[in-house]
Design a protein. Structure first.
Length: 208
């Protein structure tokens, strides 16, 4: 059975892929905001949208060491990656032919890497005493986005050109810079919070 012709069904798949990427960005925006608010003391633990009980509590999960498996919080890392992927996908298709396989190929590579990394995060989630009902969805949606992107790439490789692919080099640099800026933004925020906390302790005459 052949894949769909690149007509309405192919365009529908592209729209679905864009939608899935956008949902993942929104998901990580909320988780990043919630992690940030809890870290800075702007929010009371247990009052989040998905803090339903002791066993189902995003806030409790976000305050565990597992919520920061790498140097930066998992939510910040996810926001950096998925927003970069969405930027690449939308801008890349506008700069070149909408069905340029180079754009889709790079997205497939990125989503494949994220899918492999999600195995590590699943292991972390399964070790937790509480469940975050929002956190796992991005892992599931990553697999969905990868399926859409891979099927589109298979169709695009069957005769579609790499028109204007040279325009993607500056975009790749912009996307890399955006990714790094997202991470740098967190480090700057973290430094600011720690500095403010230390100053408050000194004013109160308390040990840091």
């Amino acid at each position: 059975m052949s894949l769909w012709p690149y007509d309405n069904r192919g365009q529908s798949a592209e729209r679905w892929l864009t939608t899935v990427l956008a949902v993942m960005v929104l998901n990580t925006v909320y988780l990043t905001w919630r992690f940030t608010a809890l870290y800075a003391g702007w929010a009371t633990p247990g009052t989040g949208l998905c803090s339903w009980s002791v066993g189902i509590d995003c806030d409790r999960v976000l305050q565990t060491p597992e919520a920061r498996a790498f140097i930066v919080p998992n939510a910040v890392l996810g926001l950096s990656f998925y927003s970069t992927a969405l930027l690449w996908w939308i801008a890349g298709r506008r700069l070149t032919a909408a069905n340029n396989p180079v754009v889709t190929r790079v997205l497939v590579i990125g989503l494949s890497t994220a899918s492999l990394a999600s195995l590590w995060f699943w292991r972390l989630l399964l070790q937790l005493e509480s469940l975050c009902p929002v956190c796992p969805w991005n892992h599931v949606l990553t697999y969905v986005a990868l399926v859409f992107a891979a099927r589109l790439l298979r169709k695009q490789k069957r005769g579609m050109s790499n028109e204007n692919s040279g325009l993607l080099r500056p975009l790749a640099a912009i996307c890399a810079l955006w990714f790094l800026l997202c991470l740098a933004g967190w480090f700057f925020f973290e430094f600011s919070v720690e500095k403010a906390t230390s100053a408050q302790f000194r004013r109160l005459g308390m040990p840091e």
